[in-house]
Write a protein that binds this ligand. Structure first.
Ligand SMILES: NC(=O)c1ccc[n+]([C@@H]2O[C@H](COP(=O)([O-])OP(=O)(O)OC[C@H]3O[C@@H](n4cnc5c(N)ncnc54)[C@H](OP(=O)(O)O)[C@@H]3O)[C@@H](O)[C@H]2O)c1
Length: 268
């Protein structure tokens, strides 16, 4: 039977940056009336969210979140996750979704005292503006309903695929780093920083629009559509590749993968 996620009470254990982004986003969706229960820490974030949303309340503590919720998001930092989760008494009917980085499902399962339904997700901060790209593993209809409302959700069957999406999500800083390096070069050549920044924001925004408006066009085809044969765009990409840009990027991604999965060298 299909579960209606909007009719569940959603609890958050850990009320920090990502919880604030999710609750803010949900307030702009069909989940706006879904009851949400927050753990009291961080106090300031919980108070802000409860004041801004009439469906949001603050629990007495982490156990109170569980006692009042059907769907539980675990949103504490990895360093304290085991201590926090082991201290909780779950119900077998709980639906649990963990955001805790670098903590695989089998470890989480060992900390939970009931055979709950358990999955993982990697929400990103732009869920607040309904622009999320959220990886989910294993596929989970409730998680998919929540994160599809907050942007796009990508569900994958295997841990390997989930880890690869985690690697992909580490590109955010580099995306802005490319903009920053370009802006710095323009400034070094004499263009006022404000003019370069304004131009690059609009340029990348236009490229983002092109990528989104053609969801079945491959990136390789988009490269072709944005690089006239023998033109300047083609030249920059060829130089970027020729000077080792692609190799550097892929080496960096390799190193993230090794950090995520240090013990698994064969990656099978
Ligand atoms: N931020 C992201 O973009 C993002 C994306 C994907 C996944 N994640 C994952 O989501 C989790 C949370 O990340 P975050 O960025 O939201 O971290 P964060 O801003 O540090 O939030 C964690 C919150 O947990 C609270 N906390 C500390 N001890 C607690 C306890 N014993 N019980 C309940 N709450 C407690 C902290 O409160 P105090 O401030 O009072 O200590 C803090 O508000 C992490 O595992 C992270 O890997 C984050």
């Amino acid at each position: 039977m299909e579960i209606d996620a909007k009719r569940m009470t959603i609890g958050f254990v850990g009320t920090g940056t990502i919880t604030e982004a999710i609750v803010t986003g949900l307030g702009k969706t069909e989940f706006r009336d879904t009851p949400i229960v927050l753990s009291p820490r961080s106090e300031s974030v919980a108070a802000r969210l409860a004041a801004a949303n009439r469906n949001v309340s603050i629990a007495l503590g982490n156990q109170d979140v569980l006692d009042r919720s059907d769907l539980v998001f675990v949103a504490v930092r990895p360093q304290i996750a085991e201590e926090v989760v082991r201290a909780l008494r779950f119900r077998p009917s709980h639906h649990v979704i963990s955001f805790v980085a670098a903590t695989p499902l089998d470890r989480l399962r060992a900390w939970i005292d009931q055979p709950v339904r358990l999955s993982q997700a990697i929400p990103l901060p732009f869920v607040a503006d309904l622009q999320g790209a959220t990886a989910i593993h294993p596929p989970d209809e409730v998680s998919n309903a929540v994160f599809s409302a907050l942007g796009a959700a990508v569900q994958v069957e295997s841990k390997r695929e989930f880890d690869l999406l985690a690697v992909a999500s580490s590109m955010m800083g580099t995306y802005f780093g490319i903009m920053d390096a370009t802006a710095a070069w323009l400034e070094g050549q004499g263009l006022p920083r404000a003019a370069g920044d304004a131009f690059l924001r609009q340029l990348f925004s236009g490229l983002d629009h092109a990528a989104r408006s053609k969801p079945v066009t491959s990136f390789d085809e988009l490269v072709g559509e944005h690089s006239t044969k023998g033109g300047l765009n083609e030249q920059v990409l060829e130089d970027f590749r020729g000077f080792g840009g692609t190799v550097a990027l892929q080496k960096a991604l390799d190193r993230v993968l090794t950090r995520i999965r240090p013990a698994e060298s064969d990656f099978s």
